[in-house]
Design a protein around this ligand. Structure first.
Ligand SMILES: O=C(O)C(=O)Cc1ccccc1
Length: 279
């Protein structure tokens, strides 16, 4: 089976992907958007992308594509601990700019503020992309923030280890596909959940309360709610909602029917397990 992941090789997403799909053909993509498109176009069966980090929060583009791509579902979620290192090209130890994925730069803000205050930073598509760039461009005065596999693969020298601002730094990765499928993996399972994306019928007082009450009186436990702009104008949002535990068919079908009856638009993203990966 072909599985896309946010690459290039040695990204955190690849570390997650190779544990979720140990015996498959893993195909690196240069952006999260390319991962979604590879699934949509049928180039791959599934893709692994980051969804949320415990320090920095949601990877907003992933949430946006879950909303904007039709018929893409979540098959599983896997949590992995994340350790960041600062690395340089051994052929040019001088650096004036730190490059990485925006989440990695954000997760190391205090370290950078304490040790490299005001040093310029630049966002790249992934931590491994930035490590590869540092390796390929010894003429540039760049350092990268990435994982130790990237340092090894691209021949970089780690000068500061474990620079994430909080020791407990975890990222949730999701497996996306065109199927509504709860992937069963041979990994430690922690929970199960259902993800929905809801848009309110129109801007009226109590609209969100009306949505939440559908779940509340059925004792369906919401474990996450996040709003994102619909990009159709200021003040227009969609809501990403997780419902914890089992998804009882009658209760949940009724909840969806009730939401739809008052004009809320509901996109069912999947009912799936959460697993723990080795960090
Ligand atoms: O850039 C990477 O290596 C990724 O896979 C995305 C990411 C970035 C920072 C923490 C976790 C995942």
């Amino acid at each position: 089976m072909k599985i896309a992941f946010l690459g290039p090789h040695a990204s955190f997403t690849q570390l997650a992907c190779s544990q979720i799909f140990p015996d498959n053909e893993l195909i690196p993509q240069s952006s999260i958007l390319d991962c979604f498109n590879a699934v949509k176009n049928g180039e791959v069966e599934k893709a692994v992308v980051p969804l949320e980090n415990s320090i920095e929060g949601t990877v907003s583009v992933t949430l946006d594509y879950l909303y904007h791509f039709e018929d893409i579902f979540i098959e599983t979620e896997a949590v992995m601990s994340i350790a960041h290192h600062l690395m340089i090209n051994p052929n040019n130890e001088d650096f004036e700019k730190i490059i990485s994925h925006p989440q990695a730069l954000a997760q190391t803000f205090h370290f950078r503020n304490d040790h490299f205050k005001n040093m310029e930073t630049q966002d790249f598509s992934s931590t491994s992309a930035s490590a590869k760039l540092v390796a390929e461009n010894p003429q540039e005065k760049w350092a990268a923030i990435a994982n130790s596999y990237a340092a090894k693969l691209y021949g970089l020298k780690i000068i500061n280890s474990d620079i994430q601002d909080f020791e407990q730094n975890h990222t949730k990765f999701i497996v996306i596909s065109k199927k509504k499928n709860n992937l069963q993996l041979d990994l430690p399972k922690t929970s199960e959940k259902t993800s929905l994306i809801i848009t309110l019928p129109e801007d009226h007082a109590g609209g969100l309360h009306q949505v939440l009450s559908v779940f509340a009186w059925r004792k369906m436990n919401l474990s996450k709610i996040e709003s994102r702009t619909l990009k159709t104008g200021l003040g227009n949002y969609f809501f990403f909602i997780n419902i914890a535990n089992e998804w009882h068919s009658i209760l949940s079908e009724n909840a969806l029917a009730e939401l739809r009856s008052f004009g809320a638009n509901v996109k069912f993203l999947g009912h799936y397990n959460e697993y723990v990966l080795e960090g």
